[in-house]
Design a protein around this ligand. Sequence first.
Ligand SMILES: [Fe+2]
Length: 168
Amino acid sequence: MLFNIQKLQSRYPEQWQKSTILLVTAIVTEIFVGGYLSSLAYAKDIQPLSSITANAHMMDELAHSCIFKELTKLIYSAMSTTEKEFFARVLPYPVCWLVDNDLNVWDTLLQEINFGTGRSMINDCRVKLKSPMEQADFSSLIKLAKEIGIDDIDTRILECVESLNRAD
Ligand SMILES: [Fe+2]
C-alpha cells in the first residue's frame, strides 16, 4: 500500500495533490474495511473464533466509519473545483490497491520457502477467485462518492482497474 501511495504521489508535483492522495487512501481504507470485515464476520466456512473476532472488529469500524463519512463530506465541500476534480481522479486508486489479491506476491513467497504445491495452489486461486471487484463490497464507498457528487465513480473505478491491468 505504501509503495502504491508513494508511486502515485511521485506523479504529481504539488503538495496539496500528495496530501489529497493520502486523504483518499485513508477514506477508502476506513470505509472499505467494514465491507471486507462483514464478509468474514458472517462467513460460515471459517473457524468460528475467526468470524467472532472479525465481527468484533467490524462493530468497532462501524462505530467510527460514520465520522469518516461526515468528515469526507465536509472536506470535499470546502475544496475548490480543481481540488474536487483531483479528488475524484485519484479516489479509485486505493480501491484498486485494496482489491488486489497479491497472488504474484504469494506465489513468490511460496517459491522462496520451497513450498512444494505452492504454484499449483496459487494457480487454483487464479482460476477460482472471482475478479477482485466482484468479491469486494464497495457499496458504502460508492454511495458516499455519489452523495458528494462524484456520480461516475463506478466508471472511474473500472477505468482505473483497466489502466492498472495494462500497466502490469
Ligand atoms: Fe477504522
